[in-house]
Design a protein around this ligand. Structure first.
Ligand SMILES: NC(=O)C1=CN([C@@H]2O[C@H](COP(=O)(O)OP(=O)(O)OC[C@H]3O[C@@H](n4cnc5c(N)ncnc54)[C@H](O)[C@@H]3O)[C@@H](O)[C@H]2O)C=CC1
Ligand SMILES: N[C@@H](CC=O)C(=O)O
Ligand code: NA
Length: 959
């Protein structure tokens, strides 16, 4: 009787199936049988059928035993034990499908050297799946070497011979490193045999001067044949039952007319079953990339073919999962070369991966996803060089997407871009309701084989807009023209390529505009388009980064929102949206200009508050650059604020404002930029317009821009109103006191300002609060300077210029169109010490002091002037106060030294207090008064800081 069936396929592995264990006489001792026949059992698989199954591997077969000898041995042993003749009948081993299989794919870099092949073998050996199917590419560079052989041969370049030797050497050297004994000799004999064949084939190509496609495919596919064999020998060396598969015997594909191939699953499955019955190993190493046509002609799976091979194999085996090993940790939320804060996505749905790939993310070729989708087989992308990274799992419904209570962010997975596109916009009044318009337009596009990447049509049907690769747009335009040639010939159309009219039908005339230099930004995420708020957040982030959107398309699939932008905006847009969805904080890149008293105090405050802002307010402020007038310090990530002074000294470079701004704004991943001008320089102030126009926000305590020439001020404000960039300058008046914001609040809520009057100078307030008893004027001025209340040049305070600037700022804020020179100012600078003053030529004196230091030295000589004034006031029971007035009703202002009675609120101040009284329609009887220290490093830097935080809140930080 037949106790066993046999599926013996090669001289090494002998698979016998015990047909019915119960039929075996009970005294048959299988272990003895095995040892007598010099076979040993392999680990048994879980019983899947009532037929008990044993696998035997022959030790003796390692030497020279033939299949028949082993069979004879088993037969004899059985005969001995059973005492009856034993029949072993041939059997076809059925391909086990399903969860038992795990598929791995290793690309060229993974098998690029003998060390790496060993590493791959270890990964396979450590996978405890019951069965493994491993798809390998050729060793890195080998496919290119093979194509090069063809190129050399067909251009009749004899050097193909030496190039082929290099291919031989590379594989021989690798095999010598990896293999031993018979593994090595059988691999080398096969290698030499292949090389001899290739040499003959290349010779034929050399003679013909041409290689057919199938010749080429045959030649290039050898890289995979060799890497698969070497790897299988290494695995076998570890005692594992392993076969290598030349996938050309199994995988059958049909060419398509788009230079792709379609797998023939039915035929491939039939061939796989046949192959497996001859090679029933638990580990199979299969060649990637190559396949056959139905006529058994070698072919390839084209670009990214090995991933495709793995996916098809996964489907044929109905595997548990397909792991694609590569050199990155997984799929990133955006191209990490463009967005350095891109994160690895833990999961992606098939559709998300598909959309990401389609829109240029280097994930997987979209076709790789199709075979596995059918059987819901997950694809895992993992890094072979970082086994600790879990990678990205691409599957039907990733767990984290189905959980409740998810945030908006989880609906958006990733961002991808496509550059070098042109937008074609067909617009016309006669298009609405005319059937066939789209067909006529896209028919013309199809005729030139152009690929339409996205389409958008307004529901009014007045315009259809679509994006095509830039290199195809000329042909598209010409196709549209030639399609409607009749109308063109009749002279009814303009022939201008970039804007011409077409007649789609006798009733319809349309204009076609071509917008070159465009890019697509695709935002991908399952269900995001159907979740309220996601697209609003997306477009809001684009608007805040000052990016103009040219066209929008949202697929009905709800997996993707596509926008078309100017190419030069693309990376910034990518960073802006990525940061909005992925940086959990409002991240702002900052450039600090003028690290003097206020600038450096601000940097210290930023240093001390950074952690709290991050943790409690989700605001991430990153100082990317600090520039003084001679040196600047730049950083790619952010400057360590605990040592910026030392760093600036050690690593500082020559200050260059253009480079500084470009670095802070353009050279990194953070979409929002603010430049903080802490100088008193009008040149710096002169840049604001340009910065705001570029989308850079500006915060400053510098009064020069708002009190400079009126036309420039108006231009600046107009720009600010129409753009999404912000310009904040609260500290220009009353330092940290809420003066500008109070005034804005009154105006915006409809109050009418009648008059603003106050003590606007911290310096002069301090001076007159402390200029008492027998103290001298110059002594108190020096103290005010020492306290950090004065301008860089104290004459700006004493001359009334600083107060005048504040008066102008408030006057303009209240709607008055005044110039600095419109305000009469009383100066306290002794006549001989005055400096050139642009707005008051009468104060120009030949013997004017050269520097602020010289001025301070000479000031005591003139103390008596102010002492006399003060004494005269005191004699009348008055105090002196230096005030500014904005008379909104009469559209004028003034700055002067006035006397006040001792019980007047202006006489009650201390320190550097400012006091500002707003008389308005609502605050008519009693003015609204703001009072407090109005100068000094801490309060001023604090005012600047609070403007920065206001900006953060405008940009989306929680308020
Ligand atoms: N000190 C105070 O209490 C208040 C000051 N302010 C304003 O704050 C600003 C700064 O004042 P301070 O810090 O006291 O002056 P500061 O003289 O200590 O600092 C100014 C810094 O700017 C640098 N600088 C000048 N021109 C530059 C340029 N073109 N590029 C780069 N850096 C340049 C200087 O080298 C210096 O380090 C001024 O506009 C002032 O009006 C406003 C309110 C109160
Ligand atoms: N020097 C100024 C500083 C604030 O603007 C002042 O004294 O008020
Ligand atoms: Na202020």
């Amino acid at each position: 009787m037949a106790y066993f069936s046999s599926a013996i396929s090669n001289p090494r592995h002998h698979h016998l199936r015990l047909l019915s264990p119960n039929a075996l006489p009970h005294d048959v001792n299988l272990n003895k049988l095995f040892s007598a026949s010099q076979c040993r059992p392999l680990p048994l698989s879980p019983h899947r059928s009532p037929i008990f199954r044993l696998d035997f591997i022959s030790r003796r077969a390692r030497k020279e035993a033939s299949k028949s000898k082993i069979l004879a041995s088993v037969t004899v042993s059985l005969h001995t034990w059973v005492d009856t003749p034993v029949e072993i009948s041939p059997e076809v081993v059925k391909l086990p499908k399903g969860d038992v299989w795990s598929v791995h794919k290793f690309g060229g870099t993974c098998v690029g050297s003998s060390e790496r092949i060993k590493n791959v073998a270890n990964i396979i050996l450590n996978d405890d799946s019951e069965r493994k199917l491993v798809v390998v590419s050729a060793m890195s560079k080998v496919t290119d070497m093979m194509y090069d052989l063809i190129n050399r041969a067909q251009s009749r370049d004899e050097s193909y011979v030496s190039a082929l030797d290099a291919v031989l050497d590379k594989h021989r050297a690798t095999a010598l490193d990896l293999l031993d004994e018979d593994g090595l000799s059988s691999f080398l004999s096969r290698l030499h045999h292949d090389i001899a064949n290739l040499k003959a084939m290349l010779r034929a190509i050399y003679i013909a001067g041409h290689a057919t496609e199938s010749f080429t495919d045959f030649v290039v596919g050898h890289g995979e044949l060799w890497s698969a064999q070497m790897l299988s020998y290494v695995i076998r060396k570890a005692g594992v039952d392993c076969q290598w598969m030349d996938t050309r015997e199994v995988l059958v594909v049909n060419p398509t007319n788009t230079n792709q191939v379609d797998p023939d699953y039915i035929e491939s499955e039939r061939r796989l079953e046949k192959w497996y019955s001859r090679n029933p190993a638990s580990t199979v190493i299969a060649t990637g990339f190559i396949a056959s046509t139905p006529q058994n002609i070698p072919t390839t799976l084209k670009r990214d073919g090995s991933d495709f091979s793995a996916a098809i194999m996964g489907a044929l085996f109905e595997a548990r999962q397909v792991t694609i090993w590569t050199d990155v940790d997984g799929v990133y939320s955006a191209d990490p070369r463009k967005v350095s804060e891109a994160v690895i996505l833990k999961t992606l749905s098939y559709q998300e991966a598909w959309e990401m790939s389609y829109f240029g993310a280097n994930v997987l070729h979209p076709r790789t996803i199709i075979p596995v989708m059918k059987y819901n087989i997950p694809i895992i992308i993992r890094n072979i060089f970082n086994l600790s990274a879990t990678g990205t799992k691409i599957c039907r419904s990733p767990a984290d997407q189905t959980e409740d209570g998810q945030s908006l962010e989880s609906f958006v997975k990733g961002f991808a871009t496509i550059d070098n596109l042109a937008l074609v916009n067909v617009e016309g009044t006669g298009m609405a309701g005319v059937p066939g318009t789209a067909s006529a337009i896209f028919g013309a596009v199809k005729d030139v084989g152009a690929n339409v990447i996205m389409i958008s049509q307004a529901s009014s049907e007045h315009s259809v807009c679509f994006a095509v690769p830039e290199k195809e747009v000329k042909a598209v335009a010409e196709a549209l023209q030639s399609r409607f040639r009749q109308a063109l010939d009749a002279g009814r159309l303009s022939q201008d390529l970039f804007s011409f009219f077409i007649y789609v039908s006798p009733y319809l005339s349309s204009q076609v505009a071509i917008i070159p230099n465009c890019s697509i930004l695709a935002t991908v995420g399952q269900k995001m388009a159907s979740t309220p708020g996601v697209s609003a957040t997306l477009f809001n982030a684009l608007a805040k980064a000052n990016i103009n959107v040219r066209a929008i398309a949202q697929g009905c699939s709800e997996y993707n929102i596509t926008v078309v932008l100017k190419r030069e905006d693309c990376i910034r847009a990518l960073r802006a949206v990525h940061s909005r969805f992925y940086l959990s904080r409002t991240t702002i890149a900052m450039g600090i200009i003028g690290p003097g008293l206020i600038g450096s105090t601000l940097l210290d405050q930023l240093r001390d508050q950074a952690a709290t802002l991050k943790e409690e307010f989700n605001i991430d402020l990153r100082v990317m650059g600090i520039t003084g007038s001679s040196t600047m310090l730049l950083s790619d990530s952010s400057i360590d604020l605990s040592s910026w002074r030392e760093l600036k000294q050690q690593k500082g470079e020559v200050a260059d404002m253009e480079k500084f701004v470009h670095h802070v704004h353009g050279n990194h991943f953070i979409p929002n930029t603010v430049l903080v001008d802490c100088t008193a320089d009008s040149t710096v102030a002169g840049y604001y317009h340009d910065w705001l126009r570029k989308g850079i926000h500006v915060v400053t305590p510098n009064k020069k821009a708002n009190s400079g020439p009126l036309d420039q001020y108006l231009k600046l404000r107009a720009l600010q109103r129409q753009s999404y960039t912000h310009y904040f300058y609260e500290a220009t008046v009353g330092a940290g006191l809420p003066i500008i914001s109070t005034l804005r609040g009154l105006l915006e809520t409809g109050d009418k300002i009648l008059r603003i009057e106050g003590i606007f100078s911290g310096t002069l307030s301090y001076i007159f609060n402390n200029f008492i008893g027998n103290r001298t004027f110059s002594e108190v001025v020096a103290e005010a300077k020492q306290e950090g209340f004065t301008e860089p040049d104290p004459r700006d305070d004493l001359s009334g210029t600083d107060v005048c600037r504040k008066v102008i700022i408030l006057a303009r804020e209240s709607g008055l169109k005044l110039e600095l020179s419109d305000i009469p100012v009383e100066s306290l600078v002794p006549e001989p010490l005055k400096v050139r003053n642009k707005f008051n030529r009468s104060t120009l004196k030949a013997q004017a002091c050269a520097s602020a230091e010289e001025f301070m030295q000479k000031l005591p000589e003139f103390d008596h002037e102010l002492t006399n004034k003060r004494q005269a006031a005191e004699e009348d029971g008055d105090v002196l106060r230096f005030v500014g007035v904005v008379d909104v009703v009469n559209e004028e202002g003034e700055v002067k030294l006035r006397r006040y009675k001792k019980d007047h609120p202006f006489a009650q101040l201390s320190g550097s207090d400012n006091i500002i009284a707003f008389t308005t329609t609502r605050y008519k009887e009693q003015p609204l008064i703001v009072r407090g220290p109005g100068a000094g490093a801490q309060v001023t830097a604090g005012g600047v800081f609070s403007d920065i935080l206001r900006l953060a809140s405008y940009l989306g930080a929680p308020s």
